[in-house]
Ligand binder design. Sequence first.
Ligand SMILES: [Zn+2]
Length: 447
Amino acid sequence: MGLGLNLGMLKLFRIFVLLFLVSSLYAQNSFNFNVIKKGIDDNNTLLVIGGIQGDEPGGFMSASLLSTHYDIQKGSLWIVPNLNFYSIIRRDRGPYGDMNRKFAKLSKQDPEYETVNKIKSYIKDSKVKLIVNLHDGSGFYRKVYEDELHSPNRWGQCSIIDQKSIDVSCYADLEKISTQVVEHVNKNLLRYEDRYHVHNTRTSEGDEEMAKSLTYYAINQGKAAFGNEASKDLPTHERVYYHLLALEKYMEIMGIEFKRKFELTPNGVYDALNNDIYISLYNNKITLPLSEVRNILSYVPLRDDNIVDFKASNPLLTIYEKDGFYVVQYGNRRLTRLKAEYKKHDNKNVAVDMVIDAKLKSIPFGSIVDVDKSFLVKDTKDYRVNVIGFSTSNDKETEIYISKSNIPKRFSVDNQGLIYRVEYYTKSSKKEHNDKFAGMVLVKFGS
Ligand SMILES: [Zn+2]
């Protein structure tokens, strides 16, 4: 199931996550999780975990949105949006078995041993006082059987505790906190069927499976820990809507203050998840908007040393190599595949002159420029210019007014045929300095 990738085929490159000042060097075949710390560290830290199982996008997309679309104005919030990143990329519940059953004991030989140990150290950190693990469960949890989809055996739409309370100094009354969260969610239901309940698994009374879980490990470390479940029977953006309602209540209970950058409605969540996502390559030589990107982009001037340096607008975006393509992946979804045209790269990043709708402008590489009617690329002695898809009988493509109708739609970056590539290559009499890729500008026509 899933994308059918083999571990051996995957190759990850350096990842820099743009908005978080997180930059990590990924070794080949490693999909380490991110820890994004927001606000100012204190001894009242909330730890939010998403993606322990890769087929539960409501959970990990919520954690990701929390990291990109919330400003923390008071308090301390740590977010792990992609605990089992490899399983997310594979869209597989657990390529090495269920990670949420690995917290009681685990062989050192287990491929996830290091990941589990690392998240345990964050759980144990003395700053962390409350932990929420996000899940998507099937159906709708009910205390009493209603039908197959709404029953005590279902996991969707509930707040999970392992027991009523724990013997610690803060947030000890798990049931009370869980009840407050459930009440808050239930005040904001999209439909009555979605209502939340407290689900006490009474783990210590003999639930052997739950005793191996992350939250049970956490409460045994003296941490208040909760599972939050949205229903797999809802579309992803509605699951995220419910998770965020719950998370905002946990923050309120802990005195963590935030400012959200979108409206918490199903539409607001949908837009925040799907718009303004992009990846930037090679220190901004290329910026690719991904919201409406084509399935395949050809002749992408990637560096001939086979290293793809990128920054992403959120922590669930990554690039890996597979079957001769560079796959741009966003959580469970493959957004596009890049077919490389390997080039030597020029190190300089400069601004270039273009006439946009009759106005001369200086435009840095990596920009996306809005064009109403036409653009013209100014000639330059340093660079040869290639407007991808545009052809002319002139010997160069500069100093010509180009409008949307001059470029066949199939060359666009996006599905609507609005965004086109203008690429710059070095001109030099010295062969070793000639024809290096220098940078790309995207021109975006109005619809
Ligand atoms: Zn789960």
